[in-house]
Design a protein around this ligand. Sequence first.
Ligand code: S3P
Length: 445
Amino acid sequence: MAHSPLQTPLESRSSGPLVGTVRVPGDKSISHRALILGALAVGESRISGLLEGEDVLNTAKSMQALGAKVERNGDFAWVVQGVGVAGFKEPPIPLDFGNSGTGCRLVMGAVAGCPIAAVFDGDASLRSRPMRRVLDPLALMGARVVAGGDGGRLPLTLQGARDPVPIEYRTPVASAQIKSAVLLAGLSAPGRTTVIEQDASRDHTELMLKHFGAEIVTTAEGLHGRRIVLSGQPELRGAEVVVPADPSSAAFPIVAALIVEGSDLVLSDVMTNPLRTGLFTTLREMGASIEETGRRGDAGEPMAQVRVRASKLRGVEVPPERAPSMIDEYLVLAVAAAFAEGTTVMRGVQELRVKESDRLEATAAMLRVNGVKVEIAGDDLIVEGRGHVPGGGLVATHMDHRIAMSALVMGLASDKPVKVDDTAFIATSFPDFIPMMRRLGAEFS
Ligand code: S3P
């Protein structure tokens, strides 16, 4: 999706209590996967609660270009007619994933298992992100880059395998995107495709593959890892998918409520898959009042109602093995840490360097410009909490939705307002963020 070349800045200022009940949009990871698996299944899939953010809409368009029928038939309700495993046809247009690493890397996996060539591209942020981590295992399965791809970057043309080879692959970093790309390619390979991860990453692909009828078995590997074995060439059948609310989006109103005095918020249907809730664990260790009630589940994904009340926070140490379960939440955790009393040490967060921006540098810059003491020490991020944040800074968002939202949350409780240079990228994951926060009492101008 094209972005306006004009930046849309916004300022956030000290606000009264945030109060109310909201449902943040559907989970981004699950939305991408529902569209992709729907497109690879035989028959019809009905998806409700889909995230209608730019990232996911780009995945929907790529599924159409690959031959699936994808239609919106109501608010957040979509219907997909799939082409079956290995059934993608050669897309007549380049596949443009905009800002989305997940959409791009997962679809690379799905294309790698089909005998077609496809052009992959994205915006300046996505063009700067590493693709070799996915292309390397896909090459072992028989797919190859036939044009572009200089330095392992987009744009590139991927030629899928005529006869994909099942592999056993140990991921070099805990990444659900790498794991999912291999599993999606493995769908069209005969025999078993195995992925081994040293630290477990989010398992939405595995859960959803099972939901669509694939045979996939997960066992523990070492202390924190997993071995996932997929039996190839299943017949995926169209399915119903109810997308729960995104805990990574919920993170912003949650931290806002914790730091704005007197706040009391309820968030409905928040996905509580333990491989996604490292932030909740960490905030509770910091002294946050976060209660979960009414737990239920759909298609293997648990969800609950989450109530959060303003709390006095203290600094903590976050262990490196927790990183995969909160990899997208460190920015907003750093905001909570700045308002806490004491030092917060986030260990082993080097993967932040290859997200929509270099989030390690960007987080440090966001805090520094607002008067917070912060340090990057090797792979660790260290924030000195003083119980309050001076504010008054202008934050550079670097085409990164989560920097924009984190900085706006910070401004709601800082001494002076916090300004962000561009809010446009918030639409990639949380299009309703600004009006929703305003409805709860946030002062943005
Ligand atoms: C995602 C995996 C994570 C995460 C991203 C979504 C997914 O990336 O940062 O926002 O849906 O698989 P990595 O797998 O590269 O860590």
